[in-house]
Design a protein around this ligand. Sequence first.
Ligand code: CMP
Length: 837
Amino acid sequence: MSIKKLHHAGFVLRTLILDRSPNLISDHKVGPRTFRRCMVGSEMVDWILQQSPASIIKCRLHAVGMWQALLEENALSHVGRELPFADNHQLYRFQEDHLGLESQPNPVEVQRAEEDWMDTLSFLTKICSDALMRLILKKPSEIRMWGFEPHDRHVEELEIIYEELLHIKALAHLSTMVKRELAKVLVIQTVDKEGTTMFHQGDEGHSWFIILKGSVNVIKYGQGVVCVLNEGDDFGKLALVNDAPRAATIVVREDNSQFLRVDKGDFNRILKNVEANTVRLKEHGKDVLVLQTVLFDKRTNSPTGNSKVQRYSVMAGVPEKILEYLMETRIEGNMDEVDTLLEDFLLTHVIFMPIPKLCKSLLNHYHSECLSSSTPNSMDADDEFVFAKKKKVASFVDFWSVVANTSFSESTAVRDLLETLTLDAQEDTRTKPELQESLTKIQRLVERMRRDEECKQRHTWEVQKQGLSEFRRPSSDASGSKQRAPIRIHDEAIFRVFCADHTYTTLRTSVITTVKQIINSVSEKMCLGGHDLVLCEVKSCGERVTYRSDDICITSRLSCNGQIFISPREHLDALTPLPSQDGPEDGTMAILETMDSREFAQQLTLYDFELFKCIHEYELIYSNFGRSLFPGCITANLDLFIRRFNETQYWVATEILLTVNIHKRVQSIKKFLKIALYCKDLQNINAFFAIMMGICNTAVSRLGQTWEKLPAKFKRLHTELEAHMDPTRNHRTYRLWVAKLSPPMIPFMPLLLKDLTFIHDGNKNYFDGLVNFEKMHLIASSIRMVKFSRSEPFATDTTTLVKNIQEIKQYVRHLQVIDNQKLLNQLSNRLEPPKTI
Ligand code: CMP
């Protein structure tokens, strides 16, 4: 809008008033004072309405808006205080009369004014709505002086504001109802001078702003101006929704900037709970963080129980910005047990921010200094900010150590980080004793790491029939109740590598030795030089699976009866399984029958739980995303758990099919159904599924004569148990069942892994260069299921009087299986030959 044009409009109006209605401008006496050549507000409105065609000015308020526009640009002024235009007894006068020029228009000027009259009217019509809105939205204090409160806005005024809100970009996504509510409470804030700070980073948030006119700089400590926001943009929502300090300082870039403002109370009432809105934060012209409001239950101590809390959660972002956002909103004071954003980050960061990168970023945060010159903040406030950040880094690292558990202290990058932080925090504590608490936190972590280091044993694992078992433990527990230790990257494995003629060599290597290195060692030991050698697993069914040369930790991935073979590439086809890979020839039902089913299920569960507890959450990610993407990381504990599932399945089928006598076979099915039922009650759902799947093996299920002999009671039990495995509607029965359970439990792992594969295949890791954090939330929630399941220890029933408990213990740890389906089918056909038609 041109000021010149507005002043010309003032000239046209004054000229025509003096020509057509000269009495409108006259001297007015107010008390002892006389105001020369002024007009009464309401008469000015009347005049303009009378003089203009009804089609141009639709209502009285529009005429008010026209006068207000002239007033704002000083073409008109109030005789006393600076007041917005009022359609009442207030006195106003044109600029010329205010300056005492009192000139009368000559005929040429009148002629010109007449000619410009319609143009002037249409120009004023265009700008009157804006001016009117500014008039209505004046600060409450001004409005109060003027005689009414914002909520006194009448219907017509609200309609005008609403119409204007329809054109504002920042409000475009809001519903009509929300815009109408906003119309009642919005106020306008004008900032006269460029360089004015509206608020500082770290301040408490009181309002949300929309830029109506002008622009602002968004400034962050240590980074300077990160972006410029322009007309139609909004700012200041984060602090209100998150109940966190301001994430940036806002400095006005232009004189006479105008903002629409919604104060916190109104914002919370109208906006916070009604709109699921998204915020995109930009830096240097690019999106760096996409946030979305989420609603979650906050557990309170109040008698009314839970209350709903709304926060911005991350949907996508640049890793560093996600970390920064966490530091600002989720650490210290803002930590909330039900808000999982921080935990989700720590459970999944290996995907998009490897440990060394995270450590480096944390150090940068710790060392970040203020760019004081870029913010007009005081030195004290800068210091406060810097120290608050240091404290947050210490708290973040502390929380990380809890979530990452064993993998935390295994990383050299973490070790270096802790060492640097200790030295820096010791130095900082000298000048800022308040940092002592943070220093103590870091020192405690260093101590823990040292302790872990000292008692860290290098375990040696041996490939045995039941998978990788510990070979030798230097300080074995005298009581014999050895808890299985997880397999770690610094451990060793002992295994045999066979040749085509079934000769073998035994190797003892680190678990992270690559296949290429293994081939070299075997080649040297067995004098196989000069060949293009490959390493593969030969399964009991004869299938060969060749390893990649950079594969590590191959021993944990062997199938139940699989063996490692070496061969020249061109002779791979000649490899055959060892006779021992077939598995047992005789069943153990006679022994099994002497074992109490309940105790058996309990011991099975205890061992499964040991294996389950050894899995590190990150192993689920490594295996899901592909081991090769995480060099040096192993999935051995997860591999062994999956192997255990298969082993349990095959064990059940093996035992049933090796029971030649039909009556004993019926007994064996009854036994397994009972064990499955007890496993279900003990919440070892993984074993429950494995046993049931063993019973459902085609080689077993086809034994019609055997099933016929099963008593009705057990047939019913079988049907009942099978119902729990119903895979329809994405295993709905299982999911509803598990949702009601409390820990400890062992979930059905194959389904959990399938869910993870689905999440991975169905969602990209990155969108437009931003980490797709929605995917990370999904992955984290699956992993949390594992965490939750083992958050309580498995309490054994100590009242048991079973005598052969040691025998049962040994049995569950050494299951003998046939894992060759062809062989199982042959056994089955031998027991009940197929009917010939
Ligand atoms: P709040 O934290 O309440 O106050 C500062 C505001 O700056 C913040 O809300 C956002 O609305 C806005 N802002 C815009 N861009 C950024 C950015 N890149 N980083 C942080 N805040 C930003």
